[in-house]
Every structure is written in structure tokens, then in C-alpha cells.
Write a protein that binds this ligand. Sequence first.
Ligand code: BDP
Length: 692
Amino acid sequence: DDGYRLWLKYDLLPDAAQRKAYQRSLRFIATEERTNPTLQAATAELQRGLNGLLGQSVPVVGRSSGKKGGIVLRVDPNVRIDAGSGATAAALAKEGYRITTEKGNLVVTGQRDAGVLYGAFALLRHLQTGQPLAGISLSSAPKIQYRFLNHWDNQNGTIERGYAGASIWQWYELPERLDPRYTDYARANASIGINGVVLNNVNASPRYLTTEYLGKIAALASVMRPYGIRVYLSVFWAAPKVLGGLPTADPLDPRVQQWWKAKTDEIYRTIPDFGGFLVKANSEGQPGPQDYNRTHADGANMLAAALGNHDGLVMWRAFVYKADVNNDRFRASYDEFKPFDGQFADKVLVQVKNGPLDFQAREPFHPLFGKMPQTPLVLEVQITQEYLGFATHLVYLAPLFKECLDSDTYAKGPGSTVAKIVDGSLDHHAISAIAGVANIGSDRNWTGHPIAQANWYAFGRLAWDYELTSEAIAQEWTRMTLTAEPKAVATITDMMVKSRDIYVRYTTPLGLHHIMGHGVHFGPEPWLPSTPRNRWTAAFYHSADAQGLGFDRTASGSNALGQYAPQIQQQWGNRQTCPLDYLMWFQHVGWSQPLRTGKTLWNELCYRYYTGADSVLWLQQQWQQVQPALDPTLFANVQARLQTQHKEALWWRDACVLYFQTFARQPIPAPFTPPTRTLDQVKELAEVYQLK
Ligand code: BDP
């Protein structure tokens, strides 16, 4: 198994009795709308799936006309689909589906064709996970309206922070050649409900807006369209200068406005269902409206005006910070964006990372959630494992995504979770969106690490329904992708669910952050004293000194904590009540101070580094146990990566305990044995990995 088929494997179901039972209900597929491309996609998927799972080919007929024992696909604008009562309910219901039994047939209904397609995938999932068909009655609608993958793919084929090969977009072959992989990509996304893809990196090349490239993008859009997926572009702010020959990109300059209007009209002539723009402006060297003394709101609203009556959106990223100021970078995005709440035009959403800093292995939720009630906020999470071990560490990310979604902001009292802000329900927004930075590339198995496929899968499933549990999603994915053997499913699910905490323990326990290798973001480099961007140093973020460890973000420090609701300030601002997982994010704690665990800070830190690294051995043992239930190639692939992971976990452990020991001046506590290498030797390893 080379992993190419992802969770859409459709291998023959091993249980013959179950196959027989399914076969009785799945003898044909009836659809009256055989020319509808989306229903054609649904039909083809069902045929492919049933063929594989049941080992029989299933014919397609026009009408069921009295026949029983088949599947009926039906678009019915009046079918009742419960999508809550919020301002987006009607839009969400349009993507929902119902699966019921009527007159001896399984009927898959949606108000729109996309709903039927999602229903078809849900039915296949039902079979893949071995659930009974008798009396089936399923109804589901997404909780969030726009569910995006953000590709950080560059036009030359590289991917920013991609660890699974090159970009899957073959720009030089487009528009003439459509790689069949595009269709498989669209199938995979549709199967988990993703309905929008931003094709290119937020550090955008202006080239995508050329007429030549729009033709290529239109070709990709034509592959995505039947699967309910719209394409979007990241735009380079200074495009009117670079492409349009204008002397300025000032959003208030009429020539600039006219250029964007004309360009947007051209885009919609070429791609009638184009989704809109994602913008990274005045961030990490990218140009933006501030270059002309204009604001983020000026810029975003100008693009919204250019969209005019076209059905499109502007996603304006809040990921900004000034490298040259001496402020705590944690604060930057909130300080810059909060004042603009209420000033953004209707079609504008502000896209906010899950945490205030930058996709660390564990971050508190971003303080903008709950503090911009008049602006729909897109939650941006990272599926690609930039700070989570690239493609050599097994880290299942659903617990990370959920931790953010489930966080209580207290914006309107207890229960004001990030999820309720993102889905628009708390502040009654008519629009809602979530984005995941994609982890896929041209590797045959799409994601490099075979288990990283589960992160793509989990993102989509949670974007559809954030109430699903991490366990349920892991179980479902494992059954569809790896094995149906119950004990193996349980073992793998357990490994997955614990994996993120394990990773945090041996890299950044107790709320440590930003101590990874500079630039590449790989391996440990806590000793990094300074870089050209002076507030990017590990030493700044961990603030280790002879007294203790951790960044004081309470009122006595940077007071970033003041950006949160009073309830949170109270809890996290107090050393006794601050969750240990966030401790070093907010408190500078003495090395010998006892923590709630009963251990001193130094001992607890060592305990976490050592047990974290040891847990990778546990992962290896668990994986060994499931070998008989797995495909040998796939087994060996993960087994080898777990070996690398252990090596790298020890690297992290030794680097961090040896380095922090130079401040704490205390021995490695029993029963742990001190590292056999010196700090200098570990630092050399960093050189080998070209961390400098
Ligand atoms: C950081 C990445 C950088 C991205 C940036 C972003 O290191 O490559 O361009 O985020 O989100 O995490 O814009």
C-alpha cells in the first residue's frame, strides 16, 4: 500500500456476511439528474466505492421506478435539514444531506447537489466503518460555512513549510494537461467537506494575477467545481505596481482601485465561481496599505469594493508584527487589529491564527477571539507540521485544533468558545470560515508521514463538525485507511490521541515556546541569543535566568494577558491557577518553586523532557504490536519514522535539559540519568542540521 488512496481505499470488506447484508441494499444507483456534474461525481464515487468494498459493480439507472434495494440520489430544495437557527443556517442547510430508507431504497437527499455528494461520501464512510444499514437515518449539515485549505505553494513548485515533496500544481503543464491527481485531490477534499482551496502561498507572487495564469487557474477550477470546491488566490499587495505599471498601490488612489476592479472583473470572466482573495499585507516584509499610511481596513475594504457584486470574499490575515520594536510579539496582532473592529466591509473576514505567536506545539488561543465581535473571524490552523516535527514525528493534530476550538473566551459569559465565535453564532454573523494550512505535496502518499494524512482528514471533519471528538475521528480514519482489525484500531487511535502531548513534553513542556531551530524551525536551539529580528530569539521567549524560567506576560511583565477576558486574566495570571501547560507562556517561575504536581519547576521540567522522549519508545512498541494487522510497506514506513522521531526526541531532551541546567544549576533528578553528551556536542548537531 503506497498510501495514495488515502482514506478512500475501498478495499474489499473482510466480513463476508456483512458484505452480503450490504449487497442486498446497494444493488443499483438511481439518479434522475444524470447530466449534473456533481451528481455524476457522487455516482462515480459510489460505484468505485461499492465496487471495492463489496466486490460487485453497481449499475446506474435513471429512476428507481418501483425497484427496491438500491440507492436513490435526489436533489430536493425543500428537504428539511437541521442547521441550527443562526444567521448562516440557510446557507449551511444547502450543503447538508439526509440519508433515509424510503420504499425499500436508501435515499440520499440534499437541497443542492453538493449536499448529495457529501451524503454519498457519508454513506461510503458508513460502510467503510462497518455500520449497519438497516433503519439508517442520518442527517448532517456543516457548522462552518467556508472550509478552506490554504496552500503555501509557490509557482516554482516549492512549498513554504511543506514536508511532503513539491507542489501538486503543475503550473507549466496547465491549462492543457490536467494531472489526474487533481481529481483525486478534489475527491479527498469533498469527502471531508472542504469547499474552498487557496491555491498559492500567502507570500504571494503577483504572477497568479496575470491573464496567462488565470487561464491555468480556470482549468484547475473546472476540476474542483463538480466536487463543490471553489478556488481562491493569495494576492500580492503591490500587484498594481508590478503588473499594472502604476506608480503606487495606495488603496485610496482611484487608479489602484480601478486596477483591482478591472482585474477582479477579468478573474470572474475567466472563473465565474471564483471564491475571492486571501491577503498577507504588511507582515514579514510583504507590502501592504501601511506603506502608504493607510490601514488594514482601508486595504481590505478596497478589495471588497473591487469584488462589488461578485460572489466573493476577502480574507485579511491578522498575522502581523513589527520585527524592529521591542514589544512582546504575542501582543502585536491584537494591538494592531482590535481597534479596527467594526470598520471592515461586509465581505471582509479577518483571518486569525489559533494562537498569538505562530503555530507553536501548544499555544493559548489567540486573544482576538472574543474581542472583535463586529468582524467575522476565520480561524487559521496549520496542518503542515512546521513546528511539530516536519514529517518524522507522529503527531495527530485533532487535539490541538480542538483545544483551540473548545477554549472559552468568556466574551459573552461562560461558554463563549472559540468555536462559537468562528461559526458566527455568538455574534450573529452571516458568514463563517475556517482555514487549514495544507500538509500535502507530490509525495506518492500526499503527506510524507503516512499518519499525517489523518491531520488533513481531521481538519476537514472538524471544520464540518467541531463537536466530533479527536478519538472518534482517529478511529474513523484508522478504519478507513489502515486496518479494520478492532484491537489494532484501538491501539492506533490511542497512539494518535496521545501523540501531540508526547511531542509537547519532549520539545516545549510547561508552556515553553519558540525555542526551536532558527529559520528552519526544526530541532532545538534554546540558546539562540540574538538574530537580526531581535525579538525572535529563543532566549527572549524562555527568559531563563539564575532565578527561573518563563515569560512574564502578567501586569508586571508585557501584560499580554490583559488582552484576554477578566476571568482568564485571573486564572492564568495566578501561579497557583494557571494551567501548567501554559505556565511559561505567562509566568516567570523560580527554579525551586514547587508546582501543583508536587515537584519543583526544575524537576518537573526534567520529568517532562525525559518521560516525553521515553514515550516515543512506547509509541514504537505500540506500533510493533499492530504489525500483523497492517500492510507491510506502510508498517515499515511508520516504523522507520518512529526511529528517527526517537533520535530527535533525545536531541530535544538533551539540548533543553543541558542548556537550562546552566541557569538552574541543579542536577538531573533521579531516576533519570544525565545525558551522555555535552551541551557543546548537542550544539554541534544543530550546526549539522544547518540551523544557523
Ligand atoms: C510562519 C512561517 C512563515 C509563514 C508565516 C505566515 O514560518 O513561513 O510565511 O508563518 O503565516 O509560521 O505568513
